[in-house]
Design a protein around this ligand. Structure first.
Ligand SMILES: *[C@@H]1O[C@H](CO)[C@@H](O)[C@H](O)[C@H]1NC(C)=O
Ligand SMILES: *[C@@H]1O[C@H](CO)[C@@H](O)[C@H](O)[C@H]1NC(C)=O
Length: 158
């Protein structure tokens, strides 16, 4: 039944990663969705949602199409252990709270700069204890590395 639904979706190729990994999770876009809401509700990091949908969702995430199906994660590269950033959080705090070291935290959240100044409220970070997110897209551009115009930095007074 599910298979039939997915086969009916055109451009099936978009559900396969550059490395040929298959999509493990799908989501149907709802009216009023924004990317970080989808991420928070489905335990997908902001970075992962952007990479997996690099060819579909634009960097501002203003072209979501209600009713369309998007992929949330690829086999073997699907971080589903996540945390939604709150005001005053730091990268160190989050890594400490989840008992993960900084190497793994930054490997899983490559959109964050080393000073963590681009962390923002509502961003969804991967807090898995092993490195599990997809690599950067072929373009080499790191998605989700800018704080969205409408978002608040996690540490606004830095
Ligand atoms: C997201 O993770 C939380 C905490 O582990 C869990 O309770 C919730 O069911 C998960 N939601 C989804 C959609 O996987
Ligand atoms: C974090 O853990 C990984 C895997 O155990 C290890 O390779 C890495 O050196 C550690 N990094 C730090 C900063 O401790």
């Amino acid at each position: 039944m599910l298979l039939a639904v997915f086969l009916a979706v055109p451009f099936l190729v978009q559900f396969v990663s550059a490395q040929g990994s298959a999509c493990t999770r799908y989501y149907t876009v709802q009216p009023g969705d924004i990317c970080d809401k989808i991420s928070a509700q489905n335990n997908v990091s902001t970075y992962q949602l952007a990479v997996v949908n690099d060819n579909i969702i634009d960097p501002e995430c203003d072209n979501l199409n209600p009713g369309s199906s998007i992929c949330l994660g690829w086999t073997g590269e699907d971080c589903s252990t996540t945390y939604v950033v709150q005001l005053d959080d730091t990268c160190d705090d989050i890594a400490y709270a989840y008992n993960i070291n900084e190497t793994i935290f930054w490997d899983n959240n490559p959109q964050l700069n080393q000073d963590c100044t681009n962390l923002y409220v509502g961003e969804v970070v991967c807090t898995a204890p092993t490195v599990i997110v997809p690599p950067l897209p072929a373009s080499g551009t790191v998605p989700a590395s800018q704080i969205p115009a409408t978002a608040t930095p996690a540490l606004p007074y830095c």
